[in-house]
Design a protein around this ligand. Structure first.
Ligand SMILES: [Mn+2]
Length: 547
């Protein structure tokens, strides 16, 4: 990935934007972010917004409280990724504590596909449920909502995905429908808002739900929600719950399944957004990617310690299998990349939908271009796309919109998306993407601009530095961690999996173990590092490249 580095001139004086005494690197960091448009209010939101500002909220709450009053059975229909699974677990607990009769259901990625599934609707009917509540999906499931209605099953849809032109014929709760001020909530965030509104309506204590915020933190970070605004508030509090001791009173506790994953992934303490994104979420997602999504669902709603440890062991295995499959496929498809095109576009019979998205991300990083990975089955081609600015994935798809007929479809946002289309049309689709890429890029090249916040010497990395680093957590999408230029002494030990270890740097006070995004980075001079964190006295970080 070609990076272009912009080094901001050092800030003169002691001016402090937040009225705290920040260390030099963080004073510069905050200054840089404000200069590039960061709204300090989005950083320091103290209170969440009123859930009833979402259009369908009151109606959803009425229907749910009627279900609870009548003793109706409610099916919670989740999704197979970490956002959908944590949203399901949150609703499962919130509704049960409120006295509801609930059963959970998660569609299978390969057999049911994305959205409210017909199998889920039938399962609800067979299990005697008269109400389906979706989380993190369903806003485009018009047909399935109608199927449910015909069977006499009502539906409440809660979702945060791209809105279709017309909403399905159900109660819809969505942050972009109505007057809700923050459009960034993910599936689990919307689920929490519904639970809060329901508890208000039933005169139950909101505080009970705050113990479920660890699920909200995991789902929000996993779904790459913005780390500003309400998400930031939720993740901040959620991390506190996730790092709390959960022995004893289960309600005053972190989810035991999440806790067990964190331990098995050796995430260390305290767990931050980085650990969620790189260690916890991939293990939850592995279940869905490998066609075993129910394992992850059970883990997040189980309280039996023996069952939990066996489920976590299975998830570890699935995650390893997923990694092996991914590296094997990456070796195969890498050779099919046409270096003369401004985008990566590979088609493969071996790839399946479980790993297509990750493979597209990997190719995008490696080649520094928007990447499309297409899997083939029974005449249909299914693609996953990952974009780099200014290649806007959704725009690229819209640009090819006239190719898609009724039974084919596409969806996505600026940086990621997907489609399904008949095999014969793939070549035309590829050419449309290529021409869009030529139009938005500079000579077919995509360059990522990285703002370097400050120069750093190892002596700067002391207790005060880590205190400031913690102060601005959580980092993530929309609020990237600070990027530093760093020069380290001595020759690092390189490992085959892309780590550079500086063992005896500065009398062992500063031992560095840095992950190289590009394994060929020149480490002899100034390197550009981000995501600095400390674990067991060793400084970890990601090397973006060298100057
Ligand atoms: Mn989601």
């Amino acid at each position: 990935m070609p990076f272009k580095y912009v080094i901001v001139p050092p800030l003169p004086g002691e001016h402090d934007l937040e009225g705290r005494n920040l260390t030099r690197p963080f004073r510069q960091f905050l200054h840089n972010r404000v200069r590039s448009g960061l709204d300090l209010n989005a950083l320091n939101l103290k209170k969440g917004y009123d859930p009833t500002l979402m259009a369908g909220m009151r109606e959803a709450v009425e229907r749910l409280s009627r279900a609870i009053g009548n003793g109706e059975r409610v099916l919670i229909h989740g999704d197979y990724d970490a956002d959908g699974l944590t949203a399901l677990a949150l609703m499962y607990y919130a509704l049960r504590w409120a006295g509801a009769d609930v059963i959970p259901f998660v569609p299978d990625r390969f057999n049911d596909g994305y959205g409210l599934s017909e199998r889920g609707v039938r399962y609800a009917k067979d299990a005697g449920a008269s109400l389906i509540l979706t989380v993190d999906c369903g806003v485009s499931s018009h047909r399935e909502v109608d199927v449910a209605r015909k069977m006499g099953v009502d539906a409440i849809i809660t979702d945060h995905h791209q809105l279709p032109e017309d909403l399905p014929d159900a109660v819809v709760v969505h942050p972009q429908v109505g007057d809700y001020p923050d459009h960034g909530l993910t599936g689990v965030g919307v689920a929490l808002k519904l639970a809060l509104a329901l508890y208000d309506r039933l005169n139950l204590k909101r505080e009970a739900l705050y113990h479920l915020l660890d699920l909200v933190a995991v789902g929000t970070v996993a779904d790459v929600g913005s780390m500003l605004g309400e998400n930031r508030l939720l993740v901040k509090h959620g991390l506190r719950v996730l790092n709390s001791n959960w022995e004893g009173n289960v309600r005053a506790a972190a989810n035991p399944g999440l806790k067990a994953i964190a331990e098995s992934a050796r995430a260390g303490v305290p767990i931050g957004a980085w650990q969620i994104g790189w260690l916890i979420a991939p293990r939850i997602n592995a279940a869905g990617r490998m066609g075993r999504v129910n394992l992850a669902m059970e883990l997040l709603i189980s309280k039996n310690p023996r069952r939990i440890s066996s489920l976590v062991r299975e998830l570890e295995n699935l995650n390893r299998q997923r990694q092996n499959k991914q590296s094997r496929l990456l070796r195969i498809i890498r050779d099919r990349v046409d270096p003369s095109e401004p985008i990566v576009f590979v088609v493969s019979e071996e790839v399946d939908e479980g790993v297509a998205g990750i493979l597209a991300s990997k190719l995008m990083e490696e080649f520094g271009r928007p990447a499309v990975v297409v899997s083939l089955s029974e005449g249909m081609a299914r693609g996953s796309i990952r974009g780099i600015e200014p290649f806007n994935v959704y725009e690229a798809l819209l640009n090819a919109g006239d190719l898609f007929s009724e039974d084919e479809n596409f969806g996505g946002h600026t940086l990621a998306g997907g489609f399904s289309i008949r095999k014969e049309k793939l070549d035309v689709l590829r050419r449309k993407f290529v021409s869009y890429a030529h139009r938005v890029s500079v000579d077919g090249e995509f360059t990522r601009t990285v703002i370097v916040d400050a120069e750093l010497s190892p002596e700067d990395i002391g207790p005060d530095f880590w205190m400031d680093m913690r102060h601005f957590q959580p980092y993530g999408h929309g609020f990237n961690p600070p990027v530093f230029v760093l020069r380290l002494k001595g020759k690092p030990v390189l490992t085959s999996n892309g780590y550079a270890t500086y063992l005896e740097h500065y009398e062992r006070r500063h031992r560095f173990r840095l992950r190289l995004i590009n394994p060929h980075t020149d480490l002899s001079g100034d390197i550009v590092v981000t995501s600095l964190r400390i674990k067991d006295g060793v400084i970890h970080g990601d090397v973006l490249g060298s100057l």
